[in-house]
Design a protein around this ligand. Sequence first.
Ligand SMILES: Cc1ncc(COP(=O)(O)O)c(C=O)c1O
Length: 374
Amino acid sequence: MKSALRRVPLARPYLDEREEELVLEVLRSGRLSLGPTIDLFEELIAERVGAPYAVAVSSGTAGLHLLVRTAGIGGGDEVITTPLSFAATANCFLHEGATPVFADVDPRTWNLDPPAVEAAITDRTKAVIAVDIFGYPCELDALIALCERHGLALIEDSAEALGAEYKGRSIGSHGPPGVFGFYPNKQLATGEGGVVTTHSEEQREQLVSLRNQGRSYSGGSWFDHVRLGFNYRWTDIQAAVGIAQLEKLDELLELRSAAAERYNALLGEIDGVELAPADDEDHKRSWFVYVVRLAPEIDRSRVMAEMRERGVDVAEYMPCIHLLTYMREQFGFAEGLCPVAEEISSHTLALPFFPGIDADDQEYVVEVLREVLA
Ligand SMILES: Cc1ncc(COP(=O)(O)O)c(C=O)c1O
């Protein structure tokens, strides 16, 4: 029997001396922003995901906002997206005055269901923002085809999916522009930060200008602002952490996937606990959070409270966006709009999960879950 005082956090970044060494180099170089470390990170990550261009920004949210800008999305436009995601997926276009339209998810993949997206298209639809939720790739081919058919922009929110593969190729390499995020719980953790990947040189030039106050891309003077932009710059200090993380990304992904397999085996025999969608020929998950789905009769709030009391940090990944307070207030969304997503989201539970989590701690988490459910 393990001590009740044991504490298992929900997430923890995996850092070592290499991050310290590269950060120290940047600090000593005096180039803290707009420096060569960011350029190098961009080159390396573009190569890693198989996209011709990468533009580093201050957060995943900032990257999404810039993609919304470059797609020309604005007031009066509708953007179709998934309810089963993080608020930033929708906030990025709300800031531009566009209207959210939530299409339901596929019960098997938990990602946008292409026929539901197609059914939600109107004369005002301008774009689709698809998400690779919990690192599981969305239905890219179907979404690309339907967006082409209807003349819509497609943006991929891959904030949670660095390292995932769709039909044998990395997310980021398939054509649509996308965003990866580097918050500390992510596969690649730099504190804050994100990167936009694009296959268009023109879009890359716009992104580079927009993230830096709309300055001229083609190297005008420091005060040559050619468009309305933002300060969404990243720092070279964060890029140094990013390079160190990229160097060991395969190891980080391997550790995550080994931890997920350990949970899968431990949880296999617990009644009322269903595992997240499994990989298949077309979809290879990059493990971001470890989420299980509890049977509908289980009181998730009680389970969470009791697990936390016993030192196991858990979370309700994740509430549907359309049911968040500000969404209900601004747009009048309510339960019943996206029944599949609502049903998934009201029963999912994230367990402690990060590269290097102790096998012992995982056993403890599962033991606590089993006892709490009994
Ligand atoms: C699906 C999704 N989109 C967007 C974001 C926003 O990324 P950031 O926190 O880097 O702004 C996140 C971050 O958690 C996310 O999970």
